[in-house]
Design a protein around this ligand. Structure first.
Ligand SMILES: *Cc1c(COP(=O)(O)O)cnc(C)c1O
Length: 402
């Protein structure tokens, strides 16, 4: 087979990037290499720091052919020089933060993020002597005031879990650059079909590949994409020494999932728009938050920054706890469950008091602002790839019980 010299379009790269037929067997699909160790040349020095071992596989914690293929594919799709895969999205986030920050450094982080990332920033990082400032990343004046030459890293998540708030990546990248800070974007909700943060000026992208990239709810994994040099350092310090690597089996499942990412994202967006419109017109629904709806306060930014609005939407009803019971008891298609980005539709209630208790927000003012926005709670919904009419009927039936 001829090695490619052309730059292919996204859907072609989702299938082919990072993969090549196996040179020995001719296998067309990626091999699953579960071997923990590889037969070595006794002349080779076994230190991971040795140059001699760089191109050969020695031990799967150091490198593995199946993991390599996934890393190459992810880097290609995000437009990054390099990629690293981890045992989970949280392992990718904690690995990046621990590698780029040390005692005395300052992190400026969005005040709305995935709860695990928030808890890490609020508890673990300050215990390590890292200063954390939380800021509303949709407010550029607030970001400009928070980021100073003392800032080492700026961290945004867009769209942000669970309120679907967006960050203007290009604008925040400029603020970070002007202060010599690096900028990382957790782009899990958008997927690389929706947004390419590196092209917009970000230094690193985080993906929980458990979600849209894997796409089938059967493999947990995470990734950091970025420049070659810092990622090579991160591979050694965080993966080889930290040890939180991805199983090759999960990598193989996720590689297979990525081939259909462009098709699935189209279906997720189409379904989410239909469900969002249905919910917005339903008398028992107070508010729907979906970047693809003109009623989203940042719909203009969404249109500029997202080539696909994805399948994530949030909504509110009068009595969230009662509604959560109704959805869990009466839905026949939606699963009442956490997680997102699967082929199957998922729905989960995020009660404001429990979220605030899990130290989602740092200051009193931030807590008050979240309360004002979210009321008693928010339903986070991940629209799958089922027929959207079945999804609307499922919700309609459950809502009759309210
Ligand atoms: C799920 C998620 C994570 C964490 O990923 P895991 O694979 O569950 O560890 C991080 N960020 C966002 C936005 C997520 O949705």
């Amino acid at each position: 087979m001829k090695p490619s010299s052309r730059k292919f379009r996204f859907a072609t790269r989702a299938v082919h990037a990072g993969e090549a037929p196996d040179p020995i067997t001719g296998a067309s699909s990626p091999n699953l290499v579960m071997s923990s160790t590889f037969v070595a040349d006794p002349g080779v020095n076994f230190s991971v720091e040795s140059d001699e071992t760089k191109n050969a596989h020695v031990y799967t914690r150091w490198s593995n052919p199946t993991l390599d293929q996934l890393e190459r594919k992810l880097a290609d799709l995000e437009g990054a020089e390099a990629g690293l895969v981890f045992g989970s999205g949280m392992a990718a986030i904690s690995g990046l933060l621990m590698n780029q920050l040390k005692a005395g450094d300052e992190l400026v982080m969005s005040d709305v993020t995935y709860a695990g990332a928030s808890e890490l920033a609020n508890e673990t990082l300050p215990n390590m002597g890292i200063k954390v400032k939380r800021v509303d990343m949709s407010n550029l004046a607030a970001v400009a005031a928070a980021v100073t030459p003392a800032t080492k890293l700026v961290y945004a998540e867009t769209p942000a879990n669970p309120i679907m708030r967006l960050t203007d990546i290009a604008a925040v990248a400029e603020i970070a650059k002007a202060n010599n800070a690096e900028f990382v974007v957790d782009s899990t909700f958008a997927s690389p079909v929706g947004t390419l943060p590196i092209a917009l000026g970000a230094d690193y992208v985080i993906q929980s590949i458990t979600k849209y990239l894997g796409g089938h709810g059967d493999a947990i994994g995470g990734a950091v994409l970025g420049k070659q040099a810092p990622l090579a350092n991160m591979r050694q310090k965080i993966l080889v020494h930290g040890g939180g690597i991805l199983s090759p089996f999960n990598a193989w499942l996720i590689l297979r999932g990525i081939a259909t990412l462009p098709l699935r994202m189209r279906a997720h967006q189409e379904g989410a728009l239909k469900v969002a419109q249905f919910l917005e017109s339903h008398p028992k629904i107070k508010r729907v938050m979906y970047p693809g709806l003109p009623s989203h306060p940042q719909h203009d930014l969404a249109t500029r920054q997202m080539a696909n609005f994805s399948g994530m939407l949030s909504f509110q009803v009068e009595d969230g706890n009662k509604a959560a019971r109704a959805f869990a008891d009466h839905c026949e298609v939606f699963h009442y469950a956490v997680s997102l980005g699967h082929h199957r539709s998922l729905l989960f209630y995020m009660d404001t008091d429990s979220l605030l208790q899990s130290s989602f927000w740092l200051t009193e003012a931030q807590q008050a602002s979240y309360r004002a926005f979210a009321g008693n709670g928010i339903f986070r919904t991940s629209i799958g790839i089922e027929d959207p009419d079945d999804l609307c009927e499922d919700l309609e039936e459950a809502l009759r019980h309210l």
